[in-house]
Write a protein of this length. Sequence first.
Length: 298
Amino acid sequence: MDDTLLNHFPSEETLDRVADALEQMTRGDAIAERTATALNTISSNSELVTALETFTALWNVTPAVSHKCVYRGSSLGTSVTAAQKAAIADGSFDGMFVGDYWTINNRVYRIADIDYYWNSGDTAFTKHHLVIVPDASFGSGPMNDTNITTGAYVGSKMYTDSSSVLNTAKTTVANDFGDALATHRVYLQNAVTNGYASAGAWYDSTVELMNEPMVYGSYIFTPGGNGSTVVNRYTVEKSQLALFRLNHRMINPGRYWYWLRDVVSASYFASVAGHGSATFSYASYSGSVRPAFCIVGN
């Protein structure tokens, strides 16, 4: 190995660990799944993050892939700088890893994934991007005034009412991130039959409630159908966000329960319980709103 690279590592043992993790990156396509555990053990050391970036260049590993395999949790400042926007736009994501965060107007906004929506949508989303999830909720409110899920997520009061917590959050996020906030296309549920989502369509999206796969990595309470039809989940969000995969504590850092957008029955939407379990709640209950959104470099 080139002697100049050895200067990045404090010990031979650490070098072996990094080399082992990076070697796995060259084996096939399922990079994130095979390397997450190995990379997470070394990601807290700033010298090792530098080493990872060095090896990324040598092995020609896409930065979006390598940076989403590391949970770092470092502060990125109080605004998205011009340099940071440039690093997002060119896909290098220089100095940005999963778990890193901005503190803007006393709210912590944390990187949850990198290029998660790449090429998704009926119109392909081909801008390099970060998925952001706040640590704290924007407030609490019901999905509907009564215990109904008619119209699914798109038909809910949470989605349609301009004064709902979700729509207030959209305004807050737009003010905090300006032109970095991305609009992209997502597939959302918009009808319910016998307690299960029965239709969906493509919508412009900025800030949305998350679904079960984004948080848990799978559906838990969301029904697949009525037992006689081929299931359509009406979503492009079909895998767990890297933030929650690499650090399960971030699923609920504040022990508050919050809404997810999935229809569970004629009366319930999915939610994340404050005590740690996956759960569901009556649509009229006042739950916290912890949405996700994308930022780009423009």
